[in-house]
Design a protein around this ligand. Structure first.
Ligand code: BGC
Length: 416
């Protein structure tokens, strides 16, 4: 990194950008293509437009980001990286290790990112002590989204245990509803698996299996039980789930066709986008058994090394905008996530958002905060993909629970 480049990715560049002296534009690769996601993306696009920064959209459909990462690799291999890329956890680290990401240290120092971004996020936003990404939010994956009218109709209270959760789904199924809205895609299967592992084994087990990749934990009786619970969930999913997008599953809950969805809080963006309110038409609660813990992921924007001065200025302006407290409120209240900064008041957030912020802080303080495996924050992309394959094969009936746990051991060992 040259000194010139470092200077350009700083507030001086931002100031220049707002004068409109240089025609600036960012090309943003992202996977925010659902209704709620697009609404949140627009907040960012308009924020930048207000500073005279143009936007070239590079959307890659497919939740969870796997497809986006494939497209990114192709663009970089072709020598044509986008200027800014939505990225998760260990992927940021991999790209930084390749030397592909711009250094944001000057901007971070000017804006005090060290003090306002929590350590759990800095672990991914920085590489080798350098800031390489600007975190937009914190999502968490261990949520249940529920249709309030259907709960009332079926006489269901928010379940507090796994058995109560199963009984509630049974009541919905018996009444002819879809008990669990789900889309059969590997990343969605993996998202619910995060919660089954945490629910069965608690924080120590999650850490041992998903983060430390301890073969004993991966092949343990607890892992077998996590897979058994996945099979129970599979029994509550409707016949047409295969290939369904996650937001269509959220719509099933919003429309009252399905009782529950287990999904990250981007699902809340869909309910809001449908004109619904947290605590009224829909409600949120932690997956029974995971209370007190939070499995999180954080969307961050990494800036790829470019040589064009105007593009560098636009990158700095975008990173600066993303980190502004006002933007973090405006964006995250729409997206369903909570701010990446610790100095934001919960006031503007709805009931689920306020709960999410409080629980995130509690989990961080009590050792209950863990990176989501499904969303790239527990282990590296090759291990994650190996886990995806086993989880999905089991969900589709290819393995029984015992075999799946054994396959986890083997697949992870081969991927490490
Ligand atoms: C991202 C969210 C996104 C979700 C579904 C997650 O990996 O962190 O921002 O809404 O995937 O596309």
């Amino acid at each position: 990194m040259t000194i010139l480049r470092k200077l350009q990715l700083s507030a001086a560049a931002v100031a220049l950008s707002t004068t409109g002296v240089v025609a600036q534009e960012v090309e943003v690769l992202h996977w925010w293509t659902s209704g709620g996601e697009a609404a949140a993306l627009n907040v960012l696009r308009e924020d930048l437009a207000g500073s005279g920064i143009g936007w070239t959209d590079m959307p890659v459909a497919g939740g969870g980001g796997s497809d986006a990462m494939t497209v990114l690799r192709a663009r970089v291999t072709a020598g044509d990286p986008p200027t800014a890329v939505q990225m998760l956890g260990f992927s940021i680290q991999d790209w930084a290790a390749e030397g592909a990401l711009a250094n944001l240290n000057d901007l971070a120092a000017e804006q005090n990112w060290d003090d306002v971004v929590p350590a759990a996020l800095q672990r991914f936003s920085t590489y080798d002590g350098d800031w390489v990404a600007a975190p937009v939010n914190v999502h968490s994956t261990n949520w249940v989204w529920a249709n309030t009218a259907l709960m009332e109709e079926l006489g269901i209270e928010q379940p507090g245990t796994w058995d109560e959760f199963v009984a509630a789904m049974q009541a919905a199924q018996d009444a002819g509803y879809t008990a669990l809205a789900h889309g059969g895609q590997a990343w969605q299967d993996a998202t619910i698996f995060d919660s089954m592992v945490m629910g069965v084994g608690g924080p120590e087990f999650y850490q041992a299996a998903m983060v430390d990749l301890d073969p004993e934990a991966l092949g343990s009786a607890q892992m077998v039980e996590a897979f058994e619970r996945m099979a129970v969930l599979r029994g509550f999913v409707d016949d047409n789930f295969s290939g369904r997008d996650w937001n269509l599953a959220s719509a099933m809950v919003a429309n009252g066709d399905a009782l529950f969805q287990i999904m990250g809080d981007w699902a809340k963006g869909e309910f809001i986008n449908a004109g619904q309110t947290a605590g009224e038409e829909f409600q949120c609660f932690r997956v029974p058994g995971t209370e007190g813990t939070v499995t999180f992921n954080s969307d961050q924007f990494a800036m790829f090394n470019v040589t064009d001065a105007a593009a560098m200025e636009a990158q700095a302006a975008m990173a600066s905008a993303v980190m502004s407290p006002e933007f973090q409120v405006a964006f995250n209240t729409v997206k369903g996530s909570v701010p990446a900064r610790t100095d934001i008041s919960p006031e503007a957030f709805d009931a689920c958002g306020q709960m999410g912020m409080a629980q995130l802080a509690e989990a961080a303080a009590s050792g209950g905060l863990f990176g989501s495996m499904a969303h790239g924050h527990a282990n590296n992309p090759s291990v994650q993909n190996a886990m995806y394959d086993v989880i999905t094969a089991h969900f589709n009936g290819e393995y029984d629970a015992e075999t799946a746990a054994q396959e986890m051991v083997t697949a992870v060992e081969l991927a490490m």
